[in-house]
Structure formats: structure tokens, C-alpha cells
Design a protein around this ligand. Structure first.
Ligand SMILES: Cc1cc2nc3c(=O)[nH]c(=O)nc-3n(C[C@H](O)[C@H](O)[C@H](O)COP(=O)(O)OP(=O)(O)OC[C@H]3O[C@@H](n4cnc5c(N)ncnc54)[C@H](O)[C@@H]3O)c2cc1C
Length: 317
């Protein structure tokens, strides 16, 4: 949001606690065909093209954002699942069906088909979001917003008598899973983990149930797979979940000797809310598992709506 608002002429201040960011995912897929049912969001194709164009724009401007439009492979376990995927594939989506023997990455035996999505790929989440904020030129206030209205943000401070209030022409909430929980809202939150690996197991991301993907340094094996919960919870990877994840990696291609170097856990929020809120503030949240696929496009559209609204911020300068 900061990037597109600034580009439209607004002077932007980002208030960010910088905690529990789902966007910190070390390697996120840009994958238009989702989950184990092959659902394709109505805006997936536009969103995917928009994200790649934005990455090209940032890189051309000198921002280093590791990513790869390498394509994505979706191994499919059986004919029924393939039929379900085929029903969901829009005609405009470039794709191909391969036999496992013809897949560009050797798969663990047992898969029936492979869906190849040549326009998909991966991106380094922290580098992408950091570059967007820096390129926006926004002033960044590191701290937590306790409350906000259509045109004020009250910052949390140890001393309630000395709380700072920021004033603006418009306020946009993009607080993700943790922010919604801090706000005391009911919601659907889902935690997941990535194991970071000392090297990429595959050059092309492979995804079904979990994903293997290259990353800026090495690779990842991850998924959002914990039981959905009504609120955000502190990040953790129970031993059973670790076993489940390693089992999924073995079922995709095997780790082929790659070593686990670390772990990243995050929580994402479902239930997209993009627009003007009843209190007069704006909001973009609930990007679910499509934050990198749809987030930039939705942010661009929302920024345009905000700037065109009667109370829009006056262009800076
Ligand atoms: C394990 C996992 C894997 C994923 N993989 C993919 C993938 O492959 N592809 C994909 O497209 N998406 C993926 N996602 C989803 C994606 O990460 C999210 O959709 C996206 O990052 C959400 O971004 P956001 O900006 O809404 O929230 P966040 O990135 O969570 O950012 C919210 C920020 O707001 C701050 N904040 C909240 N409330 C306040 C407040 N009151 N005051 C100040 N600051 C506040 C927080 O501290 C945080 O820094 C994955 C998510 C997880 C958890």
C-alpha cells in the first residue's frame, strides 16, 4: 500500500510493530493454482502478472529482491484429482500436463501426473516487502498502533498519559493475522512453517500439500498446515508437525541430502477485506495464502480507490 500510495503522490507514514509478519516467509510461491483442489482465484492471472511486473520494476530501479520465474510443478496423485484440477483451470492460464518421467525435476515414485505452470515461481518475502517500503520513501515508525480512526493513529506507549497521536488524511490498516488478533477480532488464522535448507532441492518449485522451492540462500520445505484457529498464536513447530513436514518433503522428491539449517513459522489470516471501513478508515487484510500472488494487485487497486475518494490525501509537495 505504501508503495502505490506514494507513487500516486501521497506522503506516507508506515506504523509497523515489525512483529509476527507473515510476509517474512523466506520463499513464497507465486502459484495461481492453489491447494489440493486446484482452485484458481478470479484475479489469480492478473495478480501473478502484476507481481512479476512489480518485481521487474523494483529490480530495474536497483532494489535487490531474490526471485525466480522458474515455473511451478504440481505433482498430482491420481486421475480424480487431475480431473478436479482440470475443471478449475481457466483457458487463459498457460499450463501443460506431463508424465512424472517427463517432469524437469525427478519426483518420488507414486505420482500419477504433473501439472506444469510455466508462469509461476518464487520470491523472497522479506526482501520484497522491504524493497517496497524503502522505494516508497515512507517514513517508518516502529511501534504498535493502539487505536485509529479515519484520520488519526494513536501509538502505544508505556505511559497512557503521553500517547502520541499521528494525524493523516487517510488511515489504512494492513495488520495481518497478528494485527487482527491485537484488535480483538474474530477470524480464521492458520499457522505454517518452512524449514530452511542449505541448498535448493529443486530448481523449479514443487508443490502438493507442501512445497519445495529455491530461496535466496539455499532452499525451503514448507506449508501452511496447522489446524485453523480463531486467533493468532505464538509461533511454534510441534514435533508432530515437523515429522509431517519432513514426510511431505520425502513424498515430493525427497530432500536428496539437503540439510535443514533453520525454521521459520508464521500465521496468516483468511477472509479478504479490501476497502473503506464503516469507521472511515481503509483496510487491506485477510490475504490468506495468496499474499504474494494477489497482494500487490489488490494494494494497487485499493490505493487508486483511496486516492480517488473525496477525502483523498493531497499529493505531497
Ligand atoms: C507458512 C506460510 C507460507 C506462506 N506461503 C505463501 C506463498 O507461498 N505464497 C503466497 O502468496 N503467500 C504465502 N503466504 C501468505 C502470505 O505470507 C500472507 O498472505 C501475507 O504475507 C500477508 O501480508 P500482510 O501484509 O497482510 O500481513 P503481515 O505480513 O503479517 O504484516 C502485518 C504487519 O503489521 C504489523 N501490525 C499488526 N498490527 C499492528 C498494529 N496495531 N500496529 C503496528 N503494527 C501492526 C505486524 O507486526 C506485521 O509487521 C504464506 C504464509 C505462511 C504463514
Amino acid at each position: 500500500m505504501a508503495y502505490f500510495l506514494a507513487r500516486a503522490g501521497a506522503r506516507v507514514t508506515v506504523v509497523d510493530a515489525g512483529l509476527h509478519r507473515a510476509s517474512g516467509v523466506p520463499s513464497a510461491l507465486i502459484n495461481p493454482v492453489r491447494g489440493q483442489s486446484g482452485g484458481v482465484d478470479a484475479r489469480a492471472l492478473d495478480g501473478m502478472a502484476f507481481t512479476w511486473a512489480l518485481l521487474r520494476e523494483l529490480c530495474a530501479a536497483g532494489w535487490a529482491v531474490p526471485h525466480g520465474q522458474t515455473g511451478v510443478l504440481r505433482p498430482i496423485p491420481d486421475d480424480r484429482t487431475r480431473a478436479r484440477f482440470e475443471r478449475n483451470l481457466p483457458a487463459a492460464l498457460r499450463h501443460g500436463w506431463l508424465t512424472p518421467a517427463d517432469a524437469p525435476e525427478p519426483l518420488t515414485p507414486g505420482w500419477a501426473h504433473v501439472l506444469h505452470l510455466p508462469e509461476g515461481g518464487w520470491v523472497d518475502g522479506p526482501a520484497f516487502t522491504r524493497a517496497l517500503v524503502r522505494a516508497s520513501g515512507a517514513q517508518v515508525v516502529t511501534g504498535r498502533a493502539l487505536d485509529w480512526t479515519a484520520c488519526t493513529v494513536t501509538l502505544a506507549d508505556g505511559d497512557p498519559l503521553r500517547r502520541d497521536t499521528l494525524h493523516a488524511d487517510a488511515v489504512v490498516f494492513c495488520g495481518g493475522s497478528v494485527g487482527s488478533a491485537w484488535r480483538g477480532e474474530a477470524g480464521t488464522h492458520r499457522m505454517g512453517s518452512l524449514l530452511t535448507l542449505d541448498r535448493a532441492v529443486t530448481g523449479v518449485p514443487v508443490s502438493f500439500g507442501a512445497y519445495l522451492a529455491p530461496a535466496a540462500a539455499g532452499g525451503v520445505l514448507g506449508a501452511t498446515f496447522e489446524t485453523p484457529a480463531p486467533t493468532w498464536a505464538p509461533e511454534g513447530l510441534p514435533l508432530g508437525s515437523l515429522g509431517w513436514l519432513l514426510g511431505k518433503g520425502a513424498a515430493l522428491t525427497g530432500l536428496r541430502g539437503a540439510r535443514v539449517t533453520g525454521r521459520w513459522t508464521g500465521s496468516r489470516l483468511s477472509g479478504l477485506r479490501a476497502g473503506l471501513q464503516p469507521d472511515g478508515s481503509w483496510r487491506l487484510s485477510g490475504l490468506s495464502s495468496k499474499g504474494f500472488l494477489l497482494g500487490p494487485l489488490l494494494a494497487h487497486d485499493l490505493a487508486a480507490r483511496l486516492m480517488a475518494s473525496p477525502e483523498s490525501p493531497r499529493p505531497a509537495g
